[in-house]
Design a protein around this ligand. Sequence first.
Ligand SMILES: Cc1ncc(COP(=O)(O)O)c(C=O)c1O
Length: 420
Amino acid sequence: MKREDITYMGAGPAALPTDVLAQAAEALQNYEQTGLGIAEHSHRSELATNILNTTKANLAGFLDVPSNYEILMMQGGGSGQFDATVYNIVSAWVEKQRQKILKERGEISEEDLVKELRKKVESELRLDYLVTGSWSLKASQEAIRLLGPEYINIASDARKFNNGKFGKIADESTWTLSPKPSMVYMCDNETVDGVEYPNFPKVLEPSESENDPFVVGDFSSNILSRRIPVQNYSVVFFGAQKNLGCAGVTGIIIRKDLLVSCPPLILRKLGLPVAPAVLDYCVTAKNNSLYNTLPMFDVYLAGQVLKKLLATFPDKVNGQQAEAQRKAEMIYAALDAYPEVFQVVPDKSVRSRMNICFRVIKGGNIDEAEKNFLKGAVERGLTGLKGHRSVGGIRASNYNAIPISGAEKLVAYLKEYAQA
Ligand SMILES: Cc1ncc(COP(=O)(O)O)c(C=O)c1O
């Protein structure tokens, strides 16, 4: 099988541009005529620092990241960030309260300080989760595991509004946010369920009050495909392995005022968890993401993808967004044209542009129809279309590396299958 014969629509790891991979293969053996490959050079060399800083600058440039944000590169994937966000936001929130008490009270013994903090923590520390699919569900479960259910509020569970299944985002008026949430967590694109927020939620728009929650967004499966209102978030994170590069490096865009942490001794006295150093945003920022050995090949690859995107789209992410939209519209239109053959899973209002989830209902026996559909797809070089094992069905992942011609190839097959 040749690479050019395949349109791979797997949900991640995803396909990467062939020219970027060809160049990376060379860099793996001999990076810029240094006689040594990129994975062999020291992560503390000038050459590695240049790669890291260029990748960060290109990411900031492509997404128009405001200057009061810092970019971090970490390991541990999106799942690592389920933990990192909890540890770091709890610590930053407690530190904010600690500073407030110190300012108001001036001299205070550590014992009294801890007593006051404990009261605050018990009455006000609340992490709110908007559960709109399998990944935000998993993040909320991890938060409960780390902190305890008393601190976690599921402000919305989309399944309650859609017959027990994911596929809708409930109206904001139904969300039960805490009175003063410390954090609100959302997943902008739910990879398994094909649900994407059409817009940033109105109720979370910053009010510039000191009570604004820290808003966290998981963009693992739609980063670089849409404009992000970065200033509305405290933290945006994404594993690289879908639109940015290969698995192994995770990007974090963090507002700089969040780069504060509470002394571990105080957190321990409050019974709250202390971040492991490798998941600590402050430690990572202080060391320009080089606290420990960063996988420089992964950073290099992400940098090359960004370089190509910047060269392809003069209006940066807006250009890529328009292309993603065009491809998604084309595929959904083909599915909608044959309602007796295909059934799109999520509600029309929240259809993901990245992960297009549908069922094949032709003939009534769904299992049989989907088996046949997938078999025919593979014969035509369309691979990776099987839905996530937890939900079944078909999922076409329309990431950035899928060219328009790839989307057209899928559309042609959808029509051919429907008309057969
Ligand atoms: C939206 C989203 N968040 C988090 C994750 C978990 O990422 P990882 O496998 O890098 O831990 C995934 C994985 O596919 C994802 O799609």
